[in-house]
Design a protein around this ligand. Sequence first.
Ligand SMILES: [Zn+2]
Ligand SMILES: [Zn+2]
Length: 58
Amino acid sequence: MCRYYAFQHACAHTALAFAAFCPPAALRQNPCGERHIWQTIRLDEPCEDCCRHAAVVR
Ligand SMILES: [Zn+2]
Ligand SMILES: [Zn+2]
């Protein structure tokens, strides 16, 4: 399983960002498709989608 960061936004949405290959995936230099959340990072801002949505509403 490859490692991913999970970015937890203020709007409760979570975005995954690739962090590191697992050994079999490293050989191919290609993520294996199985995602393991390595670290969850909390962000004070809403995600891009919510920012865009908020801009339209305003
Ligand atoms: Zn993997
Ligand atoms: Zn959001």
